[in-house]
Design a protein around this ligand. Structure first.
Ligand code: ADP
Ligand code: MG
Length: 247
C-alpha cells in the first residue's frame, strides 16, 4: 500500500472515490491480481508496451473491478490502452455468449478508427471459443447499411466503436440492439458532452438499458458541465486526475 502511495505521488495522480483498489505497478500485476488473460498481455508486449503509463496504472484496476470512472489525463498519456485493455478482458470473461457487450464512442471518425486499430492489435489471435474470434467492428457507413439490410446479424459483434450519429442512426432503425451492452466508454468525453453533442450522448445512454451497465469517460480536460453529467449518470464514480484538470 505504501508503494502505491509513492507511485501515485511520483506521477502526481489524484484519485478520489469510495473503496479504491491500488494502482498496478506493472502489467504483470494484472496476472497476479486479476486473472488476466495471458494472450492479452502478450499482445501488449508485441505492441512494445512494457510499462503502464500513470493513467493505465490507475484506470485499469478500477475498470476490472467494475467501477464507473471519470479519467482525466493529458493528450498522449495512453488513455486508449487504459480503457481498451480492461474492456477486452471483460468481454473475454463473458465467454462466447453472442451479442454486443462493449461500446466505445468517439467524437470523430478518425479517432474511432485509431481506437479500432488499437483494439484489433490487442485482441489479435484471441478466441472466445473454438474458432470464434472476438468480433470487433468500426461502425462505418457500409457496416451500418449491412446491419440495416440484415446482411449481417447485429448479434455478430462483441465490441463496436462508433461516432454518436452513426450509432444513433442504426439504433433508431432497429438495426442494432444495445440492451445487453455491459460497458459503455466515452472517449474525449469533454467533446461528447459539450453543447453540440450532448443530446446524442444522452440518447445513447438512454438506449443502453442493462442495469449492470458500467460507464466510463476519458478526457484531457474536465469542464464543470462534465462533472455534472458524471454526478447524474454514474454510480459511486471514481475520479482519476493525472496532471491538471484543464489542458
Ligand atoms: P491519449 O488518448 O491519452 O491522448 P493515446 O492513447 O493516443 O493517448 O497514446 C499515445 C501514444 O502512446 C500512442 O502512440 C500509444 O501507442 C502509446 N502508448 C500507450 N500506452 C503505452 C505504454 N504503456 N507504453 C508505451 N507506449 C504507450
Ligand atoms: Mg485519446
Amino acid at each position: 500500500a505504501h508503494d502505491a502511495v509513492l507511485l501515485r505521488k511520483s506521477y502526481k495522480g489524484n484519485v478520489t472515490g469510495q473503496d479504491l483498489p491500488l494502482p498496478i505497478g506493472s502489467f504483470e500485476d494484472l496476472i497476479t491480481r486479476f486473472q488476466f488473460d495471458k494472450r492479452l498481455l502478450s499482445n501488449l508486449i508485441e505492441s512494445h508496451f512494457t510499462e503502464p503509463t500513470p493513467i493505465q496504472c490507475e484506470a485499469i484496476p478500477l475498470a476490472l473491478e467494475g467501477r464507473d470512472v471519470l479519467a482525466c489525463a493529458p493528450t498522449g498519456s495512453g488513455k486508449t490502452v487504459a480503457f481498451i485493455l480492461p474492456l477486452l478482458q471483460q468481454i473475454i470473461s463473458l465467454g462466447d455468449k453472442e451479442g454486443l457487450k462493449g461500446l466505445i464512442i468517439s467524437p470523430t471518425k478518425e479517432l474511432a478508427n485509431q481506437i479500432f486499430v488499437e483494439c484489433s492489435k490487442l485482441s489479435h489471435k484471441i478466441y472466445l471459443a473454438r474458432k470464434r474470434p472476438l468480433n470487433i467492428a468500426l461502425l462505418s457507413k457500409s457496416l451500418s447499411a449491412k446491419l440495416r439490410n440484415k446482411v449481417i446479424s447485429d448479434k455478430k459483434y462483441d465490441l463496436i466503436i462508433s461516432t454518436p450519429l452513426r450509432l444513433i442512426d442504426v439504433v433508431k432503425n432497429e438495426a442494432l440492439d444495445l440492451s445487453d451492452v455491459k460497458h459503455l466508454i466515452f472517449d474525449e468525453a469533454d467533446k461528447l458532452f459539450d453543447s453540440t453533442f450532448v443530446e446524442q450522448a444522452d440518447s445513447i445512454l438512454a438506449s443502453c438499458q442493462d442495469s449492470q451497465l458500467r460507464k466510463s469517460m476519458f478526457s484531457a480536460t474536465v469542464p464543470s458541465s462534465l462533472e455534472e453529467v458524471v454526478n447524474s449518470i454514474m454510480l459511486d464514480p471514481v475520479r482519476i486526475i493525472i496532471g491538471h484538470k484543464e489542458a
